[in-house]
Design a protein around this ligand. Structure first.
Ligand SMILES: Cc1ncc(COP(=O)(O)O)c(C=O)c1O
Length: 387
């Protein structure tokens, strides 16, 4: 049986080119980039060249990129350190109800330490409203942390508008771009973004690798205490082979490639929705199939079929998709994103799956997915009838 991997929002496989790059640098650039002799100088050169490629990809300057262990660390660093550094100016923070746990958990931690957090609600498409945001913004707001695009339903947040509103406000603007980075063109200067988190393993790079963009002019103490790496902004010996591999993945992901992927995934989505509709399957899309959303994510509600049953049956047929909120230790728990969109009593919360596409997926795989879903739903319907 041929396995089909359709959980690319959880993680992506490294491409052969990225594996080659990492392997090469494991052999050639294993020196400690902080040392002054030739091994260290070589590793540092590779690291700084990679930093340049990465900085260019979001229109940042090289010194604004801090390498981290990924999205979770970048989010934690931006949120917790901003709050503690700026608490004299206020204790209010704005976010959305549908952020990843890597944002929500640090915010819950801050609430335990006397900070006040406003969670903007979303509509049934997973969108926030600018009117709600304007209403929530206060003189004592010190941080706004709003994701660029959602990992469960693919909705986009109005980052440019929020950046425009905040450019004359004291609040620093952080965005979690972990899912968006591989698909959307990003310009931190045009969007007035102060901090931005990414993760390499979402765009065919290595795991435990990412960066925090921190605008020049913003500072907070090193989150991880130790050596003076990353110009004293993040202690710990840098993983140069992983950084080089990350840059390789980013370089393969220029504006044209991103646009082509968005188009291709949108086509996948349309094809699936059309085929299931034509087959008379009782289902609904959670969120919107819209060309400008994060098109690698398609979240579907199969009415009357539990997430667990659907995910397991597809797994048995060799197809890997996500049930509930992915990334949280493999457990299927009611999704806080679907709960925010439809309410906790909606059957969608426990009867939905997430399909997410990546560069390795083919049209044939999508056709096989469609056929398998139709077969699975029909089989489960028959079983129910016989009960
Ligand atoms: C939106 C978002 N933020 C943060 C993370 C965490 O990133 P990492 O796995 O690199 O820690 C994820 C992972 O799924 C994510 O989807």
């Amino acid at each position: 049986m041929r396995e089909i991997y359709l959980d690319n929002a959880a993680t992506t496989p490294m491409t052969p080119e990225v594996i080659d790059e990492m392997t090469k640098e494991m052999k050639e650039s294993w020196g400690n980039a902080s040392t002054g002799y030739s091994y260290g100088r070589h590793a540092k050169l590779v690291m700084e060249n990679s930093r340049h490629v990465i900085a260019q990809s979001i229109n940042a300057d090289d010194n604004e990129i801090i390498f981290t262990s990924g999205g979770t660390e970048s989010d934690n660093m931006a949120i917790i350190e901003t709050a503690f550094k700026r608490q004299e100016l206020g204790k209010h923070i704005i976010t959305t109800a549908i952020e990843h746990e890597a944002v929500l958990k640090p915010l819950h931690f801050l609430e335990e330490h006397g900070f006040e957090v406003t969670y903007l609600p979303v509509d049934e498409h997973g969108n926030i409203s600018i009117a709600d945001f304007k209403q929530a913004l206060r003189d004592d707001t010190i941080l706004v942390t709003i994701m660029m695009g959602n990992n469960e339903v693919g909705s986009r947040m109005p980052i440019h508008e929020i950046g425009e509103i905040l450019k004359d406000h004291q609040a620093w603007f952080h965005t979690d771009a972990v899912q968006a980075y591989g698909l959307l063109p990003i310009d931190v200067k045009a969007d007035h973004i102060d901090m931005l988190s990414t993760s390499a393993h979402k765009l065919n790079g290595p795991k435990m690798m990412g960066f925090l963009y921190r605008r020049d002019g913003i500072s907070f103490p090193s989150f991880i205490k130790g050596g003076d790496q990353e110009t004293k902004r993040r202690a710990g010996t840098e993983n140069v082979p992983a950084i080089a591999a990350f840059a390789k993945a980013v370089a393969a992901d220029g504006p044209e490639e991103k646009a082509a992927r968005q188009k291709r995934y949108y086509h996948f989505k349309q094809k699936i929705v059309q085929a299931l509709t034509d087959a008379g399957i009782d289902f609904a899309v959670n969120g919107e199939v819209a060309p400008d959303n994060l098109n690698h994510v398609l979240n579907l509600w199969f009415k009357g079929i539990s997430t667990y049953v659907m995910q397991t049956d597809l797994d048995l047929a060799g197809i890997a998709v996500s049930g509930g909120s992915a990334c949280t230790a493999g457990s299927i728990e009611p999704s806080h994103v679907l709960t925010a969109m439809f309410g906790k009593d909606s059957p969608r919360v426990s009867e939905s799956i997430r399909i997410s596409f990546g560069v390795m997926n083919t049209d044939e795989e999508i056709a096989q997915l469609i056929a398998t879903i139709i077969k699975t739903v029909e089989k489960l319907k028959q079983l129910k009838k016989g009960e």
